[in-house]
Design a protein around this ligand. Structure first.
Ligand code: NDP
Ligand code: HSE
Length: 459
């Protein structure tokens, strides 16, 4: 229900109170996300203040260029170019770090937390890199760090895991966590455009991060998967411990063959836990998902996450994973939690207290090794088309105990280059990588084999 602005005082608890508390909010960064937050708080202020029983003041902001023209109306006197000035301003109750990066943003975040402020952040790269330090600073300073917007934009996945599904242990969380890659793969699939054609369009629409590698090489997905891994298992997996692959080597032909086999290719962030030994594994891989799975139909810039808990079973969450409005929705949700915390009302459990500040308190939440991970695989080989090549290939695979499930060879001219698409029965990451290394050594194999995983998740 949208309350008319005039009804604010008649419905408000302010009628009975002498003076509602004023909450001053500062911004570090007023770009795409920052302006979205500013704009939507201004637009929905009456409802938000009514629900919270507090006055929200958009107090000040640090930007790189205060003279720049901005779509949101903000007086020049409220802008500065020093993030640390905002971070440590004693007048501010909440600081929104919406600048990005891991150097100045880290300094400002830690400075604000040391002053005991509540920091609201969308900065997945910083949280992935320095989560442990940030939570320690929050605990020590008496402030809090809220980060709903850091994973999957508008989907409230952090709340889902920390609050809605708190009763569960999570054996499997996997999802499409990067909107840009999903947009590219969707357009390649639906419109037959090449990777190069699609990336141009994604750049034109402003989807691609300034550092394109974050999106295309899987790092942004990895940052988000690491955060989900921490939420689910209380363990900050280091980025260097995460096998990360992006989408640059996927061809239109791979997408077509995957389709013929009954799959779609999606870039997935996967956090899995072996129920038997409790070992946790975080990885980022372009993956063939069966068309019967809901996530295979999550297209365009949308994100989708499947969360399997030992009590609830599987839940699936879909929504816009990026963009001004979806991300602002998540940031504002954190701001309202921050206000509730400041007012001493019911507030979410602080993330910095989730696991008592220890690296891992879940028994057995140790990291898995590659050899612990098994699955089915898709291998694309470029080979010379001559008698005996298929036999050589299958001999290499047989020697390592990899069983072939299917073979496709698009029609080729004898003596020229041919493509072989192999799928395997269940094997193991370490073995399959050794298989690829051995296949590459064959004279008849012309390029490094291209390996994709086939999702065999039960749910
Ligand atoms: P933008 O590049 O649009 O905005 C960055 C803002 O930070 C700008 O206002 C810029 O100032 C300011 N800024 C940059 N450097 C400095 C500096 N040295 N000193 C002071 N201010 C500075 O980024 P986004 O809004 O897209 O992203 C912000 C954060 O949100 C990032 O962490 C990003 O990863 C995250 N995020 C973004 C999403 C999206 O869809 N865009 C989705 C989910 C998370 P100026 O305006 O003067 O240039
Ligand atoms: N580049 C990111 C994406 C932004 O495409 O999903 C949202 O985190």
């Amino acid at each position: 229900m949208r309350l008319p602005v005039r009804s604010f005082f008649s419905y408000s608890p302010f009628c009975k109170m002498a003076k509602p508390r004023t909450i001053n909010i500062g911004f570090i960064g007023l770009g795409i996300v920052g302006q979205g937050v500013w704009k939507h708080i201004q637009r929905n202020r009456a409802e938000l203040e009514h629900r919270l029983g507090a006055r929200l003041v958009l107090h000040s902001a640090a930007v790189r260029d205060p003279a720049k023209k901005r779509p949101v109306r903000i007086s020049r006197s409220r802008l500065c170019s020093d993030p640390l000035a905002v971070a440590t301003d004693p007048k501010l109750d909440i600081v929104c770090e919406l600048m990005g990066g891991t150097t100045l943003a880290k300094k400002a975040t830690l400075a604000a937390l040391r002053c005991g402020k509540i920091v609201v952040s969308a900065n997945k790269a910083l949280l992935c890199q320095s989560g442990e330090k940030i939570f320690q600073a929050a605990k020590k300073g008496g402030g809090h760090f809220f980060f709903e917007a850091s994973v999957a934009g508008g989907i409230p996945i952090i709340k889902v895991i920390r609050e809605g599904l708190v009763a569960n242990r999570f054996d499997l969380i996997y999802g499409i966590l990067n909107g840009t890659c999903n947009y590219i793969l969707t357009r390649m699939d639906c419109e037959g455009l090449t990777f190069d054609e699609t990336i141009k369009e994604a750049r034109r629409l402003g989807y691609v991060e300034a550092d394109e590698s974050l999106d295309l090489d899987g790092w942004d997905t990895a940052h988000k998967a690491v955060i989900l891994g921490y939420l689910a298992h209380g363990k900050w997996v280091k980025l260097r411990q995460v096998p990360v692959e992006g989408i640059r080597r996927i061809t239109l032909e791979d997408i077509g063959w995957a389709r013929d086999l009954g799959y779609k290719i999606k870039l997935l962030g996967i956090v899995s836990r072996d129920a038997k030994n409790g070992k946790v594994f975080v990885r980022v891989q372009p993956t063939l998902i069966s068309k019967t799975k809901i996530l295979s139909h999550v297209d365009d810039v949308f994100n989708g996450i499947s969360v399997t808990g030992d009590i609830v079973g599987t839940t699936v969450h879909i929504g816009r994973g990026a963009g001004q409005d979806a991300t602002a929705s998540a940031v504002i949700s954190d701001i309202t939690d921050a206000v509730s915390t400041l007012l001493g009302k019911t507030s979410p459990p602080p993330a910095e207290g989730d696991f008592g500040g220890k690296t891992s308190v879940i028994p057995g939440a140790e990291l898995a090794d590659l050899s612990d991970i098994s699955g089915h695989y898709y291998i694309r080989l470029s080979v010379v088309d001559k008698p005996g090549v298929l036999a050589e290939v299958s001999a290499v695979m047989a020697k390592l105990g990899v069983s072939i499930a299917s073979v496709i060879q698009p029609k080729a001219t004898l003596g020229k280059k041919a493509t072989l698409i192999l799928t395997t029965h269940s094997s193991n990451e370490k073995i399959i990588q050794e298989t690829c290394r051995n296949l590459k050594r064959l004279k008849s194999v012309l390029n490094a084999p291209f390996l994709l995983r086939i999702a065999d998740f039960k749910d």
